[in-house]
Each structure stands twice: as C-alpha cells, then as structure tokens.
Design a binder for this molecule. Structure first.
Ligand code: FMN
Length: 135
C-alpha cells in the first residue's frame, strides 16, 4: 500500500534588511521555480517592511527550502511562528503577490487577502488577517 506523504506547513515572519530595496519579482521568480520543482506551495505577503510566508510540502523539502530562505541576507530576524503536519494543503496554488502599494485601496487589498485565505485553518487565518490589516 502506498502512503500519501505527510504534508508539513510552516509559517514565519521576517523583516526586510536595512538598505535593501526589495525586488519582489526576482524573489517570486526564484521561489516559484524552486517550489514547483520541490512540491512546495504557499503564500508570501509583503507589506514594504515585513514578509510573512506560509510554506507547505513534504518535510524534507520544507527543511531544505526554509534553510535556504533563512540564510538569505535580503531579510533578517526570521521567526518561525508555527510548524505542523496537515492533512491537506491549504494553499494549493503557489500564489504570492500581495504587497502594500501606497496607491492601492487598503480595504480592497484586505478583502482580496481574506478571500484568498478563506480555506486556511482558523489559527493561521487569524495570523494572516492580522498581518494583512497592517498593510
Ligand atoms: C522573503 C523571501 C522568500 C523566499 N521564498 C522562497 C521560496 O519560497 N522558495 C525558494 O526556493 N526560495 C525562496 N526565497 C529565495 C531563497 O532565499 C534563495 O535565494 C533561493 O532559494 C536560492 O535558490 P537558487 O539556488 O535556485 O538561486 C525567498 C527569499 C526571500 C527573501
């Protein structure tokens, strides 16, 4: 009998490094390429100061990916907020394009984020909406 590999979900927050101009497009391109290859899905939120990222995937891929992310000097103060095993991915698509644009309607952005995270567990949803409300 083949067993479905366990999926782990990890949530961390970090701060943009001083004097760093965030090139979100480059970060996203690398993340999408690697994550697709490694069976990782998730969500990345960015509010011009902090990143909040959810990663989901097989435990060894999560470890390897988070170790790379942790060493990345574009951000610092990475704090692991939660890590748990889940039955089913909550972010099946790797979509990571939330950012706080100064000219964007904050309420509209907040609504978009709330819709996107509707399938997340209550605890995770609370973390993500709290972050989104600061954008
Ligand atoms: C906020 C942030 C989020 C990132 N997210 C991912 C990610 O989800 N997956 C990933 O492989 N790399 C991610 N990276 C990039 C990694 O830190 C690292 O640069 C990259 O994995 C190296 O891959 P490469 O050897 O293919 O260039 C992220 C970087 C930052 C700053």
């Amino acid at each position: 009998m083949t067993r479905t590999p366990l999926i782990e979900q990890l949530l961390y927050i970090s701060t943009v490094s001083p004097n760093e101009t965030v090139d979100l497009a480059t970060i996203l391109a690398t993340a999408r390429r690697n994550n697709r290859a490694n069976g990782i899905t998730g969500l990345l939120m960015y509010n011009c100061k902090r990143f909040l990222q959810v990663l989901e995937g097989p435990a060894d891929a999560i470890d390897a990916t988070f170790n790379r992310i942790r060493r990345d000097t574009r951000h610092r103060g990475q704090v692991l907020l939660a890590r748990k095993t889940i039955d089913q991915r909550e972010f099946g698509d790797w979509s990571m394009d939330f950012r706080g644009e100064t000219n964007q309607d904050a309420d509209a952005l907040y609504d978009t984020i709330c819709a996107k995270i509707a399938n997340a567990s209550p605890n995770l949803r609370a973390e993500l909406t709290a972050f989104a409300s600061q954008i």
